[in-house]
Ligand binder design. Sequence first.
Ligand code: NAP
Length: 265
Amino acid sequence: MIRVVVTGAAGRMGREVVKAVSRTPGMQLVGAVDPGHTGQDVGLLAGIGPLGLMVRDDLANVLRETEASVMVDFTTPHAAVANIKTALACGVRPVVGTTGIPQEEIEELKKICREKRLGGLIAPNFALGAVLMMHFAGIAARYFPDVEIIEYHHHQKLDAPSGTALQTAEIIARSRQGGPAEDRTEVEKLDGARGGNLEGVRIHSIRLPGFVAHQEVIFGGLGQTLTIRHDSTSRESFMPGVIMAIKKVLELEELVYGLDKLIFG
Ligand code: NAP
């Protein structure tokens, strides 16, 4: 049995994780942490009926008392970093979906994992289709250096651009030889009209009710465009990746960034 604690258990993603872990053979949900919902039954919050497991706010105690082996975190960047450090101090492996964690924090967490020889995973996107989209974008970038990204998310998403868009841009930047075909001098008549720029890859972020998580990577060439698009139409799309990560993180001895590393090696 893999003993799992969920942080951010009352949130949109946390509730899905509670459902998925509870239904997966070989896993046991042993703890739920979310300071704004202490004392509530986590099963009721997730809409699957009472589990007799109450939400708490004292993560370190929960991890120790439950002898957890994995912590799954979908919270906020600030909370996630603190939660990961607590988990590692307790010898518990973190599986983290929270986006917007600054790069320097990730480097520090990698160092702690190396020192403790503890595995962990931070993935900006747990949907298999999104991982494939990024992989295909990396291949296409070798042939089409001109590319822009449009990402669409629900209006309550706090960070922009999305972690997926940033990771896609990094993959493209690493993969393409040189920069975009033409170095244009542009006039931006409205600040931000051309989006953010990561190593020459433009990223445009849409935030509207009705969306879950979607992304288009548009490559432009002579007389043609190539669009690679992925749509998460429900948060269930992330769960097979989360469940896979909970299993695989037990074999890791370092902090890995990106689900692609687990899928493609
Ligand atoms: P959400 O609905 O706001 O849920 C976050 C939950 O964490 C809230 O209940 C929040 O409580 C709680 N929280 C805050 N501080 C905490 C702490 N110190 N310890 C434990 N819980 C704490 O957000 P969401 O839509 O689930 O998204 C969460 C994160 O996952 C975001 O960064 C989002 O971008 C990311 N995400 C990742 C993926 C992926 O595949 N990697 C997919 C979707 C979303 P309060 O509301 O009371 O503050």
